[in-house]
Design a protein around this ligand. Structure first.
Ligand code: SF4
Ligand code: SF4
Length: 73
């Protein structure tokens, strides 16, 4: 399951999440959403720590970060 998911139609391509990510996981996509913005997307998922800095930064609440469930032994 992808750790970071975007609601592309909410995204206005402001790049705040891209700048907020300490591990360079995010970038703008090449395609446009229906409003004509290039939405942010995940380009380097293996580096993502699920820290959620990107989601906190997004003014349009377009990002959901999932953390892996810890299994109880
Ligand atoms: S959860 Fe953290 S590491 Fe992952 S994309 Fe967002 S800011 Fe980057
Ligand atoms: S901060 Fe939000 S609106 Fe801005 S580029 Fe990232 S997902 Fe899109």
């Amino acid at each position: 399951m992808q750790k970071v998911e975007f609601d592309e139609e909410r995204c206005k391509g402001c790049e705040l999440c891209i700048d907020a990510c300490p591990r360079n996981v995010l970038a703008l996509a090449e395609h446009l959403n229906s409003k004509g913005f290039r939405p942010a997307t995940v380009v380097n998922e293996s580096q993502c720590t699920s820290c959620a800095f990107c989601a906190w930064m997004c003014p349009d609440v377009a990002i959901v970060v999932r953390r892996e469930e810890k299994k109880h032994a």
